[in-house]
Design a protein around this ligand. Structure first.
Ligand code: ZN
Length: 192
């Protein structure tokens, strides 16, 4: 059985000490229905076990803990993430931008999960200019500044339209901030 990033987030949250439905929900950020589904998968796979405590009004309150099998699953997953991280760094060092994009396209939450399981930290990601690999973060391709919802973004199409020189390795998945786009102006003049 292959577990997806949400399964592994929930398992990690429980392993980190969240026992009740409410605390697991808060820490995983998942919706109730989705979390119920995942808990049922983890329970059926015997990665977690459910005990019972008494709630505030004496009502039964399920308490989730990670089983030995679950712990093993987490350890295997972390070692897999470590291996993948070394692969990503290797590709980044070699400037293999396309291969990096391919890996992230196949597994968009890979780097997010590395952060979650503390295989890497944000500081390291920034230092290596790899923050763009995070899902849900749009960064300028050149300066890696974060592109907010309302900031101007310039795509490959815009660069071509103005006949600027395309930054090396920039793809149609990437955007530039206004400053970096402005800085490309010189590349046009120098061609003539
Ligand atoms: Zn920029």
């Amino acid at each position: 059985m292959k577990y997806d990033h949400n399964d592994m987030t929930v398992l990690g949250v429980i392993k980190g000490g969240a026992k009740t439905f409410g605390s697991i929900k808060a820490r995983s950020g998942l919706k109730t229905e989705q979390l119920e589904q995942i808990l049922s998968i983890l329970d059926k796979s015997e990665l977690i076990q459910t005990g019972e405590a008494k709630g505030l009004f004496g009502q039964p309150k399920p308490l989730m803990t990670v089983t030995e099998k679950g712990t093993q699953q987490v350890e295997e997953y972390i070692s897999e993430l470590n291996k993948k991280w070394r692969e990503l760094v290797g590709l980044a060092v070699q400037g293999e931008r396309e291969k990096l994009d391919e890996i992230i396209k196949e597994n968009p939450f890979l780097v997010n999960m590395m952060l979650f399981y503390q295989v890497i930290d944000l500081h390291t990601l920034s230092r290596l200019n790899l923050r763009f690999l995070l899902e849900g973060k749009r960064l300028c391709y050149k300066c890696k500044r974060e592109l907010g919802r309302f900031s101007q973004k310039f795509s490959v199409k815009d660069v071509r339209k103005f006949e600027f020189k395309l930054p090396r390795g920039m793809t149609t998945h990437d955007d530039l901030c206004a400053d970096c786009f402005d800085n490309l102006k010189g590349t046009w003049e120098s061609r003539y």
